[in-house]
Design a protein around this ligand. Structure first.
Ligand code: ARG
Length: 430
């Protein structure tokens, strides 16, 4: 009986792992792609084929050249009526949770409540065509646990880089302010003041699984401190964040809305500015000089203004959103025109996971061509993640992370909101 149960278990485990894990056997698949977006060269090719072996892309090119290389018995996926693209990358998510009621979230949800539902959002994100995410802040190392479970094939989700606890100052965007000073939460703290505390916190995060460091360089919207854009670390502190993080071979993503905080973070050498709402001309020039990416969540404003009053968020937060929402879009357009590097990042988790692609339409409305918008979520994003060897393009050697849509995304970028096919690491997800 025990043995039967054990072998049943094994069968079940094998079945699950073949569904969830990337295909590790050397199974060969041929995808016929009617149209294929060549994100590196910014063009759309027709009648292409992709040969996949195991979890990697082996060959890609005109169908007539590639198809004959497929061994007999290779699985064939016919996407000849679709447009095929590399799996999308969102460089700014908080995949472990989603907003509910403001006070309920603070006072009635434990980290364990968050942890048990995180995988649901990971799956939604993957099914929406986002095969890689850079998750920029979560409590209690839930992001590390989720990433590890996905990598082990235990749950379905995108490839993840995780930032663990956001690093912020006392009273800053990552602190809980506006409540009684006697209120204490028993959680790991991402609060650090001064160079020594900052260095120690970074070491602690990297020890416990951080792939990158998230710095809260300025105030924010969804927190109760007064000014939305004020810097919250000195230049010296920001320099220490970047220097310490680099020592461990990692990059820094800086949350920054205000002009001065953006400049401090860029001078310190962060890899990306998140939000960038109130950036000025000097900040734009600095970003260009330093090659920093702008990751601007320009869909967010729509959702916050439509839903957050209903969710019980204090008026002062809604007022702060009104100060940055429109300005952020206009400044995004200025940065695009000036030639700042753009990577796609949505802040999904402020709005529902799986809606990530809604931001593409805004990026096109505010200055990018549809091809540039797609590049921001593929080649550029992969570059920001230092993962150009594995994701971000359909190219031999990279993971077979491939999506398809039924209509032409170059003619209408909103078709990316309805992805019809998703493959991650050679395994068909949808
Ligand atoms: N997490 C960000 C913050 O609280 C969200 C900003 C949303 N607003 C926007 N316009 N992008 O600061």
């Amino acid at each position: 009986m025990i043995r039967r149960a054990a072998s049943l278990c094994l069968v079940t485990l094998l079945a699950i792992s073949s569904v969830l894990a990337q295909s590790t056997s050397k199974e060969v698949t041929l995808i016929k792609a009617g149209r294929l977006v060549d994100v590196k060269n910014g063009r759309v090719l027709t009648d292409q084929a992709i040969l996949i072996e195991g979890d990697r892309i082996k060959e890609v090119g005109p169908s007539k050249d590639i198809a004959p290389h497929a061994p007999p018995g290779a699985k064939v996926i016919d996407l000849s009526n679709s447009t095929v693209l590399p799996g999308l990358i969102d460089c700014h998510t908080h995949v472990t949770s989603q907003p509910g009621n403001y006070y309920e979230d603070i006072f009635r949800r434990s980290p364990i409540d968050v942890a048990v539902t995180a995988h649901v959002y990971a799956k939604r994100t993957l099914e929406a065509g986002f095969t890689t995410i850079r998750d920029v802040g979560a409590g209690e190392f839930i992001d590390v646990a989720l990433r590890n479970a996905i990598n082990a094939g235990s749950v379905a989700g995108p490839r993840m880089q995780v930032a663990t606890l956001t690093i912020g100052s006392t009273g800053g965007h990552g602190d809980i302010t506006g409540f009684s000073p006697y209120l204490k939460f028993g959680s790991f703290s991402g609060i650090a003041d001064g160079v020594d505390e900052i260095r120690k916190l970074i070491r602690f995060e990297i020890k416990n699984g951080a792939d990158l460091i998230k710095l809260l360089a300025t105030a924010g919207v969804l927190s109760e401190e007064e000014s939305v854009g004020a810097p919250q670390f000195s230049q010296e502190e920001m320099n220490a964040v970047v220097e310490e993080t680099a020592m461990w071979g990692k990059k820094v993503a800086a949350h920054a809305h205000g002009a001065e905080g953006i400049k401090r973070a860029v001078r310190a050498g962060v890899a990306s500015i998140e939000h960038g709402s109130l950036i000025d001309d000097e900040g734009i020039q600095l970003m260009k000089q330093k090659g920093a990416y702008l990751v601007a969540d320009i869909y967010n404003d729509d959702y916050i203004l439509a839903e957050y009053t209903r969710l019980g968020y204090p008026d002062k937060i809604i007022e702060k959103e009104k100060k940055v929402g429109r300005a952020q879009r206009e400044n995004f357009q200025r940065a695009v025109k000036a030639g700042v590097k753009i990577a796609f990042g949505t802040d999904a988790g402020v709005y529902p996971h799986g809606w990530n692609a809604k931001q593409f339409a805004h990026m096109v409305r505010w200055g990018l061509t549809p091809m540039q918008a797609i590049q921001s979520a593929t080649v550029n994003a992969a570059d920001l993640l230092s993962w150009s060897d594995r994701v971000g393009a359909i190219e031999p050697g990279r993971f077979a992370d491939i999506i398809a849509v039924n209509r032409d995304p170059i003619a209408d970028i909103t078709v990316l909101e309805q992805v019809s096919f998703v493959m991650k690491g050679g395994a068909v997800i949808k």
